[in-house]
Design a protein around this ligand. Structure first.
Ligand SMILES: Cc1ncc(COP(=O)(O)O)c(C=O)c1O
Length: 359
């Protein structure tokens, strides 16, 4: 830390992203990327946009916003695009939280929420998940603040039906509820259909997972026109050109490939179920993940040991060292070959490793 850093950031504990080795040496099952490449039309669109890099991109992102609005069944003034959903979540912390309205989110959830609160100087309160890791929306009743709920949740993968989100919204129509639907396409139920009824609902989505575009950094939020106007006020005060030409073009092209996206999601969900069954047969305990990852532990073994043993065998998964998650590893659902390598490596680890209790 330099002596120039603002005192308000002195204690900042930045978010630590999953490892991103650039060598290609590892099978990457640690940051929930898609195993599928984008269709050629998307690459072509990005290439075409690159020819105009001399010019600023459209700050209103009109083409992409119109296409997103159509896909979500809302008006163009009900969509704000962003540089990954991380950015729009950050805007939401800045826009809708303050001293009197702390951010409210589960104790086990996307680790960035804590950092967004800290960097924006807003208080937060963690609401413990139930012992089975489920979210009980009753636990939010009577709490003032702004709720941030990943649905499906990360890293548990557990999903709430839209009717539970409705119950949460109904608890207090003057409290904003942000539903982070980064993983919804793999088997969750979207709350987007509730947008016309609730002006306190904001739904965030990403192109990083089901749409195979983690490298492009594209996300968005959908909600009432008033909430979106607030987020745009923040966006235009921070970075009006938050999306580059190539991402805008690639995103619009990707929205024309919905059948491919749906087929990819079905394949990932089927692979998830297959691998979950194989891991369960090996003695692992798993949550009922509706996302593109598995959250698994082996009784008696700690998650870090498994993470390290897999890394030694060229497979990267994610381990979170917090007390409630330290026994688990989070494993992205990859290609069938990746999953075969994973189950093979785990079988070898369980057989030969003294650090894991033998059956
Ligand atoms: C629950 C959740 N929300 C949001 C994000 C951010 O996604 P992105 O910024 O790539 O759109 C992630 C990324 O892993 C996530 O797990």
């Amino acid at each position: 830390m330099s002596r120039f850093l603002s005192k308000k950031h002195a204690g900042l504990a930045p978010y630590v992203p999953g490892e991103q080795p650039q060598s290609g040496r590892y099978i990457k099952l640690n940051t929930n990327e898609s195993p599928f490449d984008v269709p050629p039309a998307v690459v072509e669109a990005a290439r075409g946009a690159a020819e105009k890099l001399r010019l600023y991109p459209d700050p209103d992102c009109r083409e992409l916003t119109a296409a997103l609005a159509e896909s979500m069944g809302v008006g163009p003034d009900q969509i704000v695009p962003a540089n990954g959903s991380d950015e729009v979540l950050d805007f939401a912390f800045l826009a809708f939280c303050d001293g009197g309205r702390p951010a409210l989110f589960p104790d086990v959830t996307y680790g960035f929420y804590r950092v967004f609160a800290a960097v924006n100087g807003v208080p937060y309160r963690e609401i413990p998940l139930r012992p089975d890791f489920s979210v009980a929306v009753e636990d939010y009743a009577g709490l003032a603040g702004t709720v941030f709920l990943a649905n499906p949740n990360a890293p548990t993968g557990l999903a709430l039906p839209a009717e539970r989100i409705r119950a949460l919204l109904d608890q207090d129509r003057d409290r904003v509820v942000v539903v982070d639907e980064a993983y919804v396409d793999f088997g969750g139920e979207s709350a987007a259909a509730l947008i016309p009824e609730y002006d306190n609902l904001l739904v965030t989505r990403t192109f990083s997972k089901s749409r195979s575009m983690a490298g492009a950094r594209l996300g968005y939020a959908a909600g009432s026109a008033a909430l979106i106007a607030d987020l745009n006020a923040i966006r235009f005060s921070v970075n009006p050109y938050n999306l580059d030409r190539m991402t805008l073009a690639a995103g619009a092209a990707m929205l024309k490939c919905e059948e491919t996206v749906r087929a990819n999601c079905r394949a990932v969900a089927a692979q998830r179920e297959k691998t979950a069954a194989e891991l369960a047969a090996m003695g692992f305990e798993l949550t009922d993940s509706r996302a593109n990852f598995l959250f698994a532990r082996y009784p008696g073994a700690d998650g870090e040991t498994l993470y390290r043993a897999l890394k030694d065998r060229g497979i990267l998964v994610r381990h979170f060292s917090a007390p409630r998650t330290k026994d688990f590893v989070r494993i992205t659902v990859g290609s069938p070959e990746d999953m075969r390598a994973l189950t093979g490596a785990l079988a070898e680890i369980l057989e030969g490793c003294a650090c894991v209790p033998q059956k």
